[in-house]
Ligand binder design. Structure first.
Ligand code: PLP
Length: 442
């Protein structure tokens, strides 16, 4: 079947080469809960190890259930190949470690998920990989902060809490000139944003969020866009242009496209060097859970986005709400970026600022009856958190403000419940704040 021109709803169900299980004709993707694979012959085994043939060797490196997930997500993102890993954190770490060694650096947007920030600022620093932080408002700062040891630019499509869409094409274009690929974390904007189309070389996702969709499994994935020339500026990308000691001194940037007939060098090195050496493999049962989530992602995501827009609209008119943060209601350059990059909806996240500061924020959370109070995003259920007293509480008030966290700020990951029930819960939680103020005055 030619699947190239299929739409997301169809790719989610049929993408990639899996049609049925060849031995049983099963339609649902089986969970291949196995560590190892019997080789057909000595020659077959040798071919697999020397990458003359691609096939299953050991589940730390590949697995047939996981492969179906990888093919479908690669196709959804418009990439050539993908490698699934054990978490979103592992996906960002591997994407960078695939390019960097001690002494190298990357330039990243300041607007990042807190876990990624810690990984970059603390753990990578200890490994000798420096992360320099650039202002996403001004794409040229990525270039200004780079030097001859810069191996990648990094950003999130829709970082929360600010929800300012990242200028993907602008930064990818600047990077390409210098031989620097752009890696984009597209966790919060699957389906609606396609970073590879705008020049990103690599896309990463936390599968844990909307792709899994039900809050049951942790996983991540790295998509190789197949659109970056790793050999054009050989000094810039040593991992692809110098002999790889663990593969007979091959220069991967030349050998992979030659042997496998496709520019999937980044994915191949992630799998055959990093998964092999550092582990972080996704378990087959979690791959199965993500395949289930993926099957309904396009319709779920539409509903998440529709509900988020309606919640944002309701909040705009609500007394006690000082400010609403949602890409549709951004201004100036941010509005233009949202309209350009979010092609099929403005995402499932909404932020708002309550009058009454930190106390109002905390009280609002306690007043909720239906909406869950959790640190996660991307569940089918609506989730809320008050960052100033939780996720961002260790930051100084100046750093909180820099991160977009004001004292009364609430983050909502809007779910797929009936919209009236979501809004009613928010409404009663805000009204109770107002009643409390009235009672105190009286
Ligand atoms: N990237 C983003 C944007 C996230 O929100 C998260 C987690 O919240 C991660 C990466 C890390 O993903 P995981 O929790 O699967 O490791």
């Amino acid at each position: 079947m030619t699947t190239k021109s299929l739409n997301p709803e169809t790719i989610a169900l049929h993408g990639g080469s899996y049609r049925k299980d060849e031995s049983t004709n099963a339609v649902a993707v089986p969970i291949y809960q196995t560590t190892s694979y019997q080789f057909n012959s000595q020659e077959h085994a040798s071919n697999l190890f020397s990458l003359k043939e691609l096939g299953n060797i050991y589940t730390r490196i590949m697995n047939p259930t996981t492969s179906v997930l990888e093919e479908r997500i690669a196709q959804l993102e418009g990439g050539l190949a993908a490698v699934a890993v054990s978490s979103g954190q592992a996906a960002s770490a591997f994407a960078i470690q695939n390019l960097c060694q001690a002494g190298d650096n990357i330039v990243s947007s300041t607007d990042l998920y807190g876990g990624t920030w810690n990984q970059f600022e603390n753990t990578f620093k200890k490994l000798g990989i420096e992360v320099r932080f650039a202002d996403p408002e001004d794409p040229i700062t990525f270039v200004k902060l780079s030097d001859e040891k810069t191996r990648a630019f990094y950003a999130e499509t829709l970082p929360n809490p600010k929800l300012n869409v990242f200028p993907i094409e602008e930064v990818a274009t600047l990077g390409k000139e210098l031989g620097i690929p752009l890696i984009v974390d597209n966790t919060a904007a699957p389906i609606t944003c396609k970073p590879i189309k705008y020049g990103a070389a690599i896309v990463v996702h936390s599968l844990t969020k909307w792709i899994g969709g039900h809050g049951t499994s942790i996983g991540g994935i790295i998509v190789d866009g197949g659109n970056f020339d790793w050999t054009k500026k050989p000094q810039r990308q040593p991992n692809f242009n110098q002999p790889e000691p663990s593969y007979w001194g091959w220069v991967l940037g030349n050998v992979v496209p030659e042997v496998l007939g496709a520019n999937i060098t980044f994915a191949v090195r992630t799998r055959f060097v990093l998964l092999r050496d550092l582990g972080s493999a996704l378990s087959p049962i979690n791959a199965f859970n993500f395949i289930q989530g993926l099957e309904t992602l396009p319709i779920r995501f539409k509903k998440h986005q529709d509900n988020a827009e309606k919640v944002a609209k309701y909040l705009k008119d609500k007394k006690n709400v000082i400010r609403v943060i949602h890409p549709k209601y951004q201004y100036d350059i941010y509005k233009k970026r949202a309209e350009k990059y979010m092609e099929d909806g403005f995402g499932p996240l909404v932020g708002f600022e309550l009058e009454g500061g930190i106390e109002a924020g905390k009280k609002f959370i306690d007043n909720l009856e239906l909406i869950y109070h959790v640190a996660n995003i991307g569940d089918a259920r609506t989730l809320a958190i008050h960052p100033a007293s939780t996720t961002h509480s260790q930051l100084s008030s100046e750093d909180q403000l820099r991160a977009g966290v004001t004292p009364g700020y609430i983050r909502l990951s809007v779910g797929i419940e009936h919209i009236d029930d979501i809004i009613n819960d928010i409404d009663q939680a805000i009204n109770k704040l107002e009643n409390k103020v009235k009672n105190e005055v009286a």
